[in-house]
Write a protein that binds this ligand. Sequence first.
Ligand SMILES: O=P(O)(O)OC[C@H]1O[C@](O)(COP(=O)(O)O)[C@@H](O)[C@@H]1O
Ligand SMILES: [Mg+2]
Ligand SMILES: [Mg+2]
Length: 336
Amino acid sequence: MTTNRKQTLGEFIIENQNSFQYSSGELSKLINAIRLAAKVVNHEVNKAGLVDIIGSVGDTNIQGENQQKLDVFANEKFIQTLTNREIVCGIASEEEDSFISINSSDENHQNKYVVLIDPLDGSSNIDVNVSVGTIFSIYRRVTPVGTPVTIKDFLQPGNQQVAAGYVVYGTSTMIVYTTGDGVNGFTLNPALGTFYLSHPKMKFPETGKIYSVNEGNYIHFHQGVKDYIKYCQMEEGDRPYTSRYIGSLVSDFHRNMIKGGIYMYPKSSVTGSGKLRLLYECNPMAFIAEQANGIAFGGKTRIMDIQPTELHQRVPFFCGSKKMVEKLQEFLERYQ
Ligand SMILES: O=P(O)(O)OC[C@H]1O[C@](O)(COP(=O)(O)O)[C@@H](O)[C@@H]1O
Ligand SMILES: [Mg+2]
Ligand SMILES: [Mg+2]
């Protein structure tokens, strides 16, 4: 490419199609479909407050959470786009009780990818004009092509992901994703409706000065986590670190990946589990983190080595710059 114009997402996908081990063009079409749905959702997010998209629908999802109108809208748009384009054989979503099996109308061509999605991440921030996101994780099915998908196709460990990414609807709208060959970020030019490669080969700085955790839950944290937070706050060396917590996983993760930092959503002694969902929040963010030289673990295990048992299971989640996560692990090991 000779001009110094930034590469578009479409051009990047085509150019890098062959670097993907299973390249048949199907995954490219899938990422393109996600790009399209993200633009539709972005359009609605930007109008939040002007149109009737603020507030809850008065329903709860399978996790007992109040579904926001934008949760439902985003869920519909992603499912519609992926289904209409006949690009996947199954979808699982935070907003759907169970997985959706999708048959291709073309018997000769059966799809082999399943998608797990958090259509709108950071729902508590929708009404207050704070950045939110979408998170997606893609696997090859494990059951025979041409048969209806089963739960087995979704309950795969994160280390089997073929691609993962997120969209952040913030001061600008970006898509950040990996297919196992590094992490790249694309920014939407709203005037043209085109995503451009703005952040090639994104990497977590090896260390940083930002820690992100909801300290309101502090008393329910594991002693090792409490000690690490105290360590971050001590006047010593390059500390104290700065506390930054947006309350949208995508946005906190994105900032920490650019500036260096650690995100923590520990297990609570009250609920006995973490809050974040393994399959469509932790696994995709862990794949991106590791592809960007970061670390992601939950409790004692590498997130991507956890064998899922349920579609909406929750796990503790710690993720970020290598040296900071290793320091936290040191504190946790003191109590093991
Ligand atoms: O308000 P809390 O308990 O700190 O939780 C905030 C976390 O919950 C989430 O909002 C959960 O995601 P959803 O909004 O998709 O349900 C994360 O984005 C965020 O990091
Ligand atoms: Mg979420
Ligand atoms: Mg959500």
